[in-house]
Design a protein around this ligand. Structure first.
Ligand code: ADP
Ligand code: MG
Length: 224
């Protein structure tokens, strides 16, 4: 479970301070599918990056199963990110010069999986996301939906309990969006993972989530 308490993130730009996250508290229970919605610039990505340990908070707490990751050293944070969290981005963030299989094998290497086991495990992950026949393709040779499936397979490489997704369907058409949402939902339903997804589209959030948090100007404006 994730417990966020009075979280703040301030950016300084020249002489102005921007409170991108301005006192957010929320709870995500184990196995929930939670969406964070809000307009562009409302602070969604900042919040998700803090949860993912990709950025450090100005103040506040982010407890994963009771442990405050804001107090982690760089080394502890790197370990936490590798073992606990899988991240999916709007623009897939795959390595362009590597095939689908290689992208996943790299993540497995990073997670400390033995060299001899990486290929079989990567193929297994690609099959899980429905891409068993595309593993020799580079990102430019995949459709957006396929590339996002590879990115999801990569996020699963180290078997994380939490999947954090920043607008994972933002670059996809309606049909592909539905496929990706179904895939994410299955990770929750069939494997019990906890999903935290950002979207600017309330309708998307409503079709898949157990709980929706609405962010505006760095604050939560609902709690349902
Ligand atoms: P969203 O994902 O909801 O579009 P963001 O979290 O990206 O919003 O941004 C929230 C606010 O913080 C915006 O005003 C944005 O300009 C600002 N911001 C985000 N990242 C930075 C940064 N690295 N430096 C300065 N300001 C930033
Ligand atoms: Mg964003």
């Amino acid at each position: 479970m994730v417990e966020v308490n009075d979280l703040h993130k301030e950016y300084t730009k020249g002489k102005t301070k921007i409170s991108a996250v301005n006192g957010i508290s929320l709870t995500v229970n184990k196995g929930e599918f939670v969406s964070i919605v809000g307009k562009s610039g409302s602070g969604k990505s900042t919040l998700l990056n803090l949860l993912a340990g990709l950025d450090t908070a100005t103040s506040g707490e982010i407890k994963f199963n009771g442990t405050d990751i804001c107090k982690f050293s760089r080394k502890e944070m790197a370990y936490h990110r590798r073992k606990t969290i899988g991240i999916v981005f709007q623009s897939f963030n795959l390595i362009a010069t590597r095939t689908a299989l290689e992208n996943i094998m790299l993540a497995l290497a990073f997670g400390g999986i033995k060299r001899s086991e990486r290929k079989a495990k990567a193929i297994q992950l690609l099959e899980k996301v429905g891409l068993g026949n595309r593993y020799d393709h580079k990102p430019s040779e995949l459709s957006g939906g396929e590339a996002q499936r590879v990115a999801i397979a990569r996020a699963l490489a180290n078997d994380p309990h939490f999947i954090l997704a920043d607008e994972p369907t933002g670059n996809l058409d309606t049909n592909t969006t539905n496929d990706i949402l179904t895939l994410l939902q299955n990770l929750r339903k069939e494997e019990g993972r906890t999903i935290i997804m950002i979207t600017h589209d309330l309708e998307t959030a409503q079709t898949v989530s157990d709980k929706i948090f609405t962010v505006s100007d760095g604050k939560l404006i609902n709690k349902n």
